[in-house]
Structures are given as C-alpha cells and as structure tokens.
Design a protein. Structure first.
Length: 68
C-alpha cells in the first residue's frame, strides 16, 4: 500500500484550497478508484434480474456484429 503525502495550498486566511500529490500517488489512487468502480458494477449486475450469457457467446456476438 502506498502512503499518500498530500501537500496543501492555503489562502491568505489559512484555509486549505488545493491539494498537491505526486504522479505515482495519483496513479495509485486512480487505480484503486477503478477497482472500486468494478466491484460496485459487479455488485449491481449480480443484484439485477437481467439474464446473462457465457462470455464466449458474448464475444462471438460482438465479433459477429463487428463484421456486419
């Protein structure tokens, strides 16, 4: 786990108005957000009553539609 070390930019009154983080910290945070989004989407799909199809069939359909 990466330790995030934010640096704050403040206004003249000392109120925090912005945050500066390193590129590796940003990339790490973006990766974690994408993982969370994937989990939330998975949970949403599992709770739906939508029918599902095997991945091979889905890929075949996509390939067939792409050729049309």
């Amino acid at each position: 786990m990466l330790t995030i070390n934010p640096k704050y930019i403040t206004d003249q009154a000392g109120n925090k108005i912005s945050v500066v983080i390193s590129v590796p910290e940003l990339e790490y945070m973006m990766e974690k957000l994408e993982e969370i989004e994937d989990v939330l989407l998975y949970d949403k799909v599992k709770q739906s009553d939508e029918p599902s199809i095997p991945i091979d069939e889905a890929l075949d359909r996509l390939e067939s539609n792409r050729k049309d």
